[in-house]
Design a protein around this ligand. Structure first.
Ligand SMILES: C[S@@+](CC[C@H](N)C(=O)[O-])C[C@H]1O[C@@H](n2cnc3c(N)ncnc32)[C@H](O)[C@@H]1O
Length: 147
């Protein structure tokens, strides 16, 4: 991507950070209505998975159900909003979660994941930005891993 596009993306990502940092008080109310969809994500995962990356987990709605089904899973989360992660760290499963605070486009995703999941966190990127993320996602998955 050229310099202007990178700056534009950086600024939009910082706006997302500020938006979600300020949104904490009302987040539950707005997003609880999508809970069934967030839950259904887990139904598509292979039952043997243990190592999962969640992009933009926020306060971790989708992880509530995931840890009910996979109590031994280890989940890495990347999220740009420090306030969302602060809420996530209050969850009773927080000790099974490695939290990385930062931008998807800047942070290393790690490797060898059985699955990468994401709910309500990638839809706002432009197609060419999604391609960058899809490549990072592909590269961090095990052979046969699932997104
Ligand atoms: C709508 S919330 C979704 C939270 C959760 N996955 C859910 O479904 O309830 C979107 C999350 O993506 C994070 N996010 C947005 N853009 C990001 C970026 N560029 N890098 C990292 N996290 C980002 C936000 O901070 C926010 O926590």
């Amino acid at each position: 991507m050229d310099g202007d596009k990178v700056m534009d993306l950086y600024e939009r990502n910082q706006k997302q950070r500020i938006f979600f940092n300020e949104k904490i008080a009302s987040y539950d109310q707005v997003h609880e209505i999508y809970m069934e969809t967030k839950k259904s994500l887990t139904d598509y995962l292979d039952k043997n998975i243990t190592k999962i990356l969640d992009l933009g987990a926020g306060i971790g709605f989708e992880l509530i159900h995931l840890f009910e089904i996979y109590p031994n899973a280890s989940v890495t989360v990347i999220d740009i909003s420090e306030n969302m992660l602060k809420e996530l760290s209050k969850r009773d499963f927080a000790n099974r979660v490695t939290m990385i605070c930062g931008d998807f486009f800047e942070k290393d995703f790690g490797n060898n994941y059985d699955a990468v999941i994401s709910t309500s966190a990638l839809h706002h990127f432009k197609p060419e930005e999604k391609l960058i993320l899809y490549k990072k996602i592909f590269d961090c998955l095990k052979s046969g891993g699932l997104f």
